[in-house]
Design a protein around this ligand. Structure first.
Ligand SMILES: [Zn+2]
Length: 84
């Protein structure tokens, strides 16, 4: 995957940030979470864009649960780093 930047915090992201554990290039429409700011993102043909709130609302329950879990883990880690 071509390195790309988080549209929210501008950190460079690569495939290792993918929510799925697959070692394959993410497909457009796949979901991920920025490990630096917790933004919910979706892959496009040429990078990443923020997931719209109405898109999150229409995710399958299992997908939304996974997204929420990953975002919470990222936000917890960020909060911990701020404190230390
Ligand atoms: Zn970010």
């Amino acid at each position: 995957m071509t390195p790309t930047r988080c549209p929210s915090c501008d950190h460079e992201l690569d495939a290792s940030t993918s929510m799925t554990e697959r070692e394959v290039d993410p497909l457009p429409g796949d979901l991920t979470v920025c490990l630096y700011c917790g933004a919910a993102l979706t892959f496009t043909t040429d990078g990443l864009r923020l997931l719209e709130p109405q898109e999150i609302a229409t995710l399958k329950p299992a997908e939304r649960e996974q997204l929420d879990r990953v975002r919470q883990a990222v936000l917890d880690r960020i909060a911990m780093e701020v404190r230390t």
